[in-house]
Each structure stands twice: as C-alpha cells, then as structure tokens.
Design a protein around this ligand. Structure first.
Ligand code: HXC
Length: 258
C-alpha cells in the first residue's frame, strides 16, 4: 500500500505511523484519516506487531481537521458523507494498543485523535486545545465527550468554550497525558513503551485495553463484570500458564500469543 499523507514503518514489534502533511501542520483531511485507519488496521491484523505509535512533527501532532477542506461543506455533505466523522472511528476499532506521541500542537481534531489513542506521551512543547468554537463550530470527533471523562467537566468546559490552549504541564496535572518528556525523547519514549507492551502476551494486552476502555466508556458495575469475565477467560490461554510457570521458575516467559 502506498500512502501519501502518512509515513509507515515497523520498529521491532511496533508499528509506527507518522502524520505527514507538514505544510499544513498535519491538518487532518479525508485522505489522511482514511490512510491512518488503513495503516492501523493492517498493523492490528499483523501477528508480528504488538502495539502501535501515532506521531506528528516537532511543530504539530495535528492542528485539527483541515479547515480549507471543510470550509464549504453543507450540512448534508457532512451528515451523509464518509468524511469528517465516519472514517475517524476506525482507530477505535483497533484492538492492539495505540500510543499517541505528541509534540507541538494537538488542536481540535488533533486533540481528539490523540484522545482516541489509548494513552498520550507528550513533549514539554505540546499544546492541547479544542479551538473549534473560534470557527463557529464545536468538536466533532469526541472532544466534548472524551475531554470531560479524561480531565474533568470544569477543564473540558473551559477548553471547549474559550478555545484556549493547555500546555503540557497543565495537561499532565489534569490527567490528559501519561508522561511528559523532552521533545527529542518523546517519540523514543513512546516507541519504548510500545516495545514493552509488545513483549507481553497479546491476548492479555488486548483484554487489558478493552477492560480499561470499558471503565472510560460505561458504568462501574458493567466494567467490573466485564473485567472479571476477561480475567477469567485469560485462564483459558497457554500464555497464562507460561507466564505464571516462568515466574515460579524464575525465568523470562516465552509467550506464544495463544
Ligand atoms: C488547514 C491549517 C490548519 C488546519 C494550520 N493550517 N492549521 N490548514 N486546517 N486546521 C495551515 C495554515 O493555514 C498555514 O498555511 C500553515 O498550516 C501553517 O500555519 P500557521 O497558522 O501559519 O502557523 P502558526 O502561526 O505557527 O499557528 C499555528 C496554529 C494555527 C496556532 C496551530 O495554524 C491555528 O490556529 N490553526 C488552526 C487550529 C484550529 O482551529 N483547529 C481546529 C480545526 S476544526 P499557509 O498556507 O498559510 O502556510 C477541527 C474540527 C474537528 O479540528 C472535527 C472532527 C470531526
């Protein structure tokens, strides 16, 4: 597959996607979102890949949906079309973990895309925001829904209503990002985290992801039941036997992803 708006590479068992429209600060157009979805879906299906990283450039993870592409859309264009919102959901269907490595701007759809990833590692130069209000619209890919869950209603309201940017230290205090590092370390930190994840048994990794996602998306009682069933089901895998046996024998486990 040839991509025009992203770069795709494999580093060990990690799939790396770099958003690559530098002239417009990685503004997210229909082609980019389709290519991103295709690349992540292919990594998800590849048994040699255990986790993925999505990143941008030093200046921008992504400065939002492509305003030039959207400017003349009508209501029916966006309502009935594949673009703008429907092909943004692909990333949430990916079952292996996806880490966002954010340097620079993650604004509007860029912030929403980062939040669709399973966690965010950012540089101290990162800036997050939902400035759609300045354009006469509102977030359309989860900003008003994921931000309150991720950081609090107060900060979500503040960001969505004022359109202001939040720097990396505020984002870390608020719980939006899991780690803040120097810009030159950001991508490597994310690749290292993905490499650690990819060294574990894929069934347990996928079920951990699914279970934490339940906590984020549904009520506690449902999440507890879901977690318990996932936990039980892992006792049906060979890797659980191997993982516990290896611990008791004081050796490294040899997971077969079964
Ligand atoms: C299209 C964009 C863009 C965007 C930047 N560019 N963001 N083009 N869509 N979202 C282009 C600029 O037009 C410019 O092109 C070039 O990238 C460099 O940007 P500058 O503005 O010159 O850079 P700078 O002065 O450093 O300012 C950076 C910035 C600013 C603060 C990030 O670009 C900005 O405010 N961008 C828009 C952010 C935004 O509103 N995002 C939300 C979009 S709506 P030229 O040709 O002049 O060099 C959205 C809805 C999501 O995301 C819905 C999801 C379904």
């Amino acid at each position: 597959m040839t991509y025009e708006t992203i770069l795709v590479e494999t580093i060990g068992r990690v799939g790396l996607v770099t958003l690559n429209r530098p002239q417009v600060l990685n503004a997210l157009n229909d082609q980019l979102m389709t290519e991103l979805g295709t690349a992540l879906t292919a990594f998800d299906a590849d048994e040699n890949i255990g986790a993925m990283v999505v990143t941008g450039s030093d200046k921008a993870f992504a400065a939002g949906a492509d305003i030039a592409a959207m400017a003349n859309y009508s209501y029916m264009d966006v309502y009935k079309g594949e673009y703008i919102t429907r092909n943004w959901e692909t990333i949430r269907q990916v079952r292996k973990p996806v880490i966002a490595a954010v340097r620079g701007f993650a604004l509007g759809g860029g912030c929403e895309l980062a939040m669709m990833c399973d966690f965010i590692i950012c540089s101290d130069t990162a800036k997050f925001g939902q400035p759609e209000i300045k354009l006469g619209i509102i977030p359309g890919a989860g900003g008003t829904q994921r931000l309150p869950r991720a950081i609090s209603k107060a900060k979500a309201m503040d960001l969505c209503l004022t359109g202001r940017m939040m720097d990396a230290s505020e984002a870390e205090r608020a719980g939006l990002v899991s780690r803040v590092v120097a810009p030159e370390q950001c991508l490597q930190e994310a690749i290292d985290a993905a490499t650690v994840i990819a060294s574990y048994s894929i069934p347990s990794v996928m079920m951990a992801k699914e279970s934490v996602s339940r906590a984020y998306e549904g009520p506690l009682s449902e999440g507890m039941l879901f977690e318990r069933r996932m936990f039980h089901s892992l006792f049906g895998t060979e890797d659980q036997k191997e993982g516990m046996k290896a611990f008791l024998e004081k050796r490294k486990p040899d997971f077969k992803n079964k």
